[in-house]
Design a protein around this ligand. Sequence first.
Ligand code: AHR
Length: 654
Amino acid sequence: MKNIFLLLICGTICHSLAAQQTIELTVDARKTGATIQPDMYGIFFEDINFGADGGLYAELVKNRSFDFTNTPLMGWSAYGRVEIRNDGGPFDRNPHYVRLISEWALLTGTGLINEGFAGGMGIRKEENYRFTVYARSVDGVSHRLRAELIDSRNNPAGYVELEVTGKEWKKYHGVITGKTTDAHCRLNVKLLTPGITDLEHISLFPIKTWKDRENGMRPDIAQALADLKPGVMRFPGGCIVEGNNLATRYQWKNSVGAVENRPVNENRWNYEFKHKFFPDYFQSYGLGFFEFFQLAEDFGAEPLPVISCGFSCQFQKGREQIVPMDSLQPYIDDALDLIEFANGSATSKWGRIRAEMGHPEPFNMKYLAIGNEQWGPLYHIYLEAFMKQIRPKYPNIKIVGTSGPSASGEEFDRLWPQMKALKVDMVDEHYYMSPQWFLDNAKRYDNYDRKGTKVFAGEYAAHTKPEKKNSFESALAEAAFLTGVERNADVVHLATYAPLLAHVDAWQWNPDLIWFDNLRIVLSVNYFVQQLYSYNKGTHVLPLTRNGQVVAGEEQLYASAVADVLKKQIIVKIVNTAATDRNISIRIDTAAGKGVKPSAQMEATTLTGDLQQENTLEQPEAVRPQNYTLTVNGQTLTVQAKGQSFNVYRIPML
Ligand code: AHR
């Protein structure tokens, strides 16, 4: 008892002494260290959590082509006489369409109502929506068609009427102006005149999309991605690259060309988790490889596509499939053709398709990942087969291999040497671990081999317990870990948080970087950590030490420093995971006589909050970075890092 009492007194005194003590850090700015890749911090997009259809992709109609597997009317409620047909539609790869038969005697009329995604369509008052449909009159008589929005209280919320004429399939379009703002509208498409009309690919898009493109993206979500200034964009997955089985793997060739004829595919995440059952989760591929490349270009990010290596998702526990080696060639062709699609001339077979889609210039793709989280005795053999054909033809493409789904363990230890032996350019490491793991791993890369194969931290996020939340606790741990990534920028060339997007009413996996509903968006605290690293990445690593040692967890402090030779800045990042504020002095050692010295003022940013705090749709600004300026006296800067805070100091050098 006595001992505990003494310990408590000592703990309190030592604690307050620690709070008062000034911690001395030194940044050696006498020569710049390893180069930081300009594309180091990026984004990883996967269609999980309704991230594409129902999310970034602005289409409001679910199952617009009536081709959800075995359930062609999913998402629709039909009334009157509606038939599903698959003979003679306009799109061979999406063969189903609907036949509407109406008679005066039919009091209900005939039509069908689309429910939208995650409980409805987000509609805004006074905004315009482009309604399009492919239609033909079966009886040759002109027919009137009304497309009408219905709000969540069943009130009309705007409509347009179209005249369907002639027996040939034609595209019709009209504009509906929203009469109300409502996140849960539906779309009623009704045949107003007696007779028979066929309809296919019924679509509704906001006219206001990202960059005003017709087959466009939700502007608020796309803007949030652009605001990260991502250096690299990995897509389209994740597990959806592999599929539930080989037949449902992501086949990029199905995702290009006319949107109407991109065959719908089952989404890998539709019934992965029993408690998160989404039988209505399909991929329209409206956001396909062309759109991914275009978005990467918009964002100034290097595209990094991932393609199937002939393995379906290995988490399928006994149901996984591996294509026989002697049938692998079509998969390798997919890789070779993708490089041509992205980089080939507009007269090449696949380059022409890109050009016809509106981008004659190449996308200058530099990276290609083959497989996602693969493991087992065969992966390296399959990867080698790809590399044997890609390397001679495209020696400048950097190839990314995998190290399995875990950050360590038997498979990880087996895969790394295999990847090195194959001389892949980067190995994709994934870690979804506890905040404590992230703190404990701040030195993870300090002892990695500095030559040859580099690391791509392709998927990571701190997972809190018991609930996995986008809390400040997780963000702070990620910020601390990233000081170690930054210090080892010669080892880690790329890093992307995962997953990126999640619909609050239709998610399968959390935490996620950005959350949204049908009208709103919220940036998680973790988003701001990513943004602060992206905006303050610098160009070269600078050694930062305390008593000659790296600062990676001792006394709950994590720190790193970079120089930005273009902006003439030194940028210091400090993460204080202790509950108390810390007084810190940062001495900048510059070369004697060179006349380089810190300017009298610096800009700083601090992200701090309670560990449990999260940004939510209701409280989107619970934790936000705060910017301020600080005075600098000579070579040594004195700062106070608040308890539980991530701080970035940008020091202009004169
Ligand atoms: O990011 C979610 C999933 O986690 C990815 O699809 C997969 O690669 C990993 O297992």
